[in-house]
Design a protein around this ligand. Structure first.
Ligand SMILES: Cc1cc2nc3c(=O)[nH]c(=O)nc-3n(C[C@H](O)[C@H](O)[C@H](O)COP(=O)(O)O)c2cc1C
Length: 369
């Protein structure tokens, strides 16, 4: 085996965790929870499949945080109450039993919510109609609805939602928590100039638009303790606006990544369509900028399922870990296959269907039991 491929199989440090290799499962919403947002019957087997397949860590799908406005999708799991918390315990235990770390991604959908069992309204930083269309494969139809502008009280509720959810997740046994600050959901709506036109301290320049994310990280950090692994995911693109780039380009990257580094986060997870591509005219990937400006461990995501590209990110120290999404759906045992120099199956869009729609017999083949 090529020496540099071996680097992917060296252990690495992420906060207070040591991952056995550099492969992380990217967070992927699979809308397979029960009607009450508890972990659904097939989810444990699904996640265990990636753990058995050799991933150093799995990041869960975005899990909603509160019983106010956070839920985004029908079938999305939550950790907003004791029953939902309880339902995660077996899954967490099974993943950890395979010597794989489990990090829960906490998500507030904000204006991009397509379904919420607790409210018929959506909310966001400002009453700006989201671009694009709802996602049909998550049961969405037509355009989004115009959100209502969050009051300071509602912002406080959203912050407490993240803090309480983090506490529940930690008590349920996860190894780490990732705050979803990317992809167009609530925290990214605050960060983005055209969705946040607030006049209070949460709107204005980049640092003010980053304030909600920073406060949430700081408050969660206080709750989970100094050493617990706590990360944040950051992107330019959004599920409803793939082309978006930060207006201030590298200067924005500097403000965002240095700002985040001050909050007490243990790592930054960047996602781009192609993680290896240079961001702006800087010549550096977004992951590399995150690493350079923050000095923190970085997980890079986006089109990294080929060993060459993954290796390049690690070897050149643009990132310390690679997160694999669609490539892992095609091959839940991707790390093991790479180690054994076995071919990687092609991704097929049929693999995106909710786990609940995949026959159990197929699930066990797909996920290695
Ligand atoms: C089915 C599916 C669901 C996703 N759900 C989430 C999610 O819950 N949270 C998140 O941060 N990203 C989510 N993503 C984005 C992935 O984490 C990842 O950024 C994207 O697939 C690009 O990586 P890849 O090229 O390795 O697939 C999802 C992607 C897919 C394909």
């Amino acid at each position: 085996m090529d020496m540099s491929v071996k680097q992917l199989f060296q252990s690495g440090t992420l906060g207070n965790l040591i991952l056995k290799n550099r492969f992380v499962l990217a967070p992927m919403t699979r809308i397979s929870a029960t009607a009450t947002g508890d972990v659904g019957p097939l989810m444990t087997k699904y996640y265990k499949g990636f753990a058995r397949g050799g991933f150093g860590a799995v990041i869960t799908e975005g899990v909603y945080t509160d019983r106010a406005y956070s839920q985004g999708y029908k079938g999305q799991p939550g950790i907003a109450d004791a029953s939902q918390q309880e339902s995660w315990k077996k899954l967490i235990h099974k993943v950890k039993g395979e010597d794989t770390k489990i990090i829960m991604q906490l998500m507030h959908a904000g204006a991009l919510s397509q379904f919420n069992g607790f409210s018929s309204e959506t909310c966001g930083p400002s009453a700006v109609l989201p671009k694009g269309e709802q996602m049909a494969f998550y049961h969405g139809r037509g355009g989004y609805v115009r959100p209502k502008e969050m009051t300071s009280e509602e912002i406080k509720i959203a912050i407490s939602g993240f803090v309480n959810a983090a506490q529940r997740a930690q008590d349920a046994g996860v190894d780490g928590i990732e705050i979803h600050g990317a992809n167009g959901y609530l925290l990214d709506q605050f960060l983005t100039d055209y969705t946040n036109i607030r006049k209070d301290e949460y709107g204005g320049d980049v640092i003010s638009r980053l304030r909600l994310t920073s406060e949430i990280i700081e408050r969660v950090r206080e709750k989970v303790g100094k050493t617990f692994t706590l990360g944040v995911r950051i992107s330019q693109a959004k599920v409803n606006d793939f082309e978006h780039k930060w207006r201030g380009q590298i200067e924005d990257a500097q403000t965002i990544f240095t700002g985040i580094a001050k909050t007490g986060v243990s790592y930054i997870h960047t996602t781009e369509f192609l993680a290896t591509a240079p961001a702006f005219n800087s010549g550096s990937s977004l992951a590399k900028l995150a690493r350079e400006f923050s000095g923190l461990p970085v997980i890079a995501n986006g089109g990294l399922n080929s060993p060459d590209q993954a290796m390049d990110m690690i070897k050149t120290e643009q990132a310390q870990f690679v997160a694999i999404g669609k490539g892992a759906l095609a091959a839940p045992d991707l790390p093991k296959r790479i180690l054994k120099e076995e071919p990687l199956p092609e991704f097929d869009f049929a693999m995106l269907m909710p786990i609940a729609d995949i026959k159990v017999s197929e699930l066990s083949t797909v996920n290695n039991g």
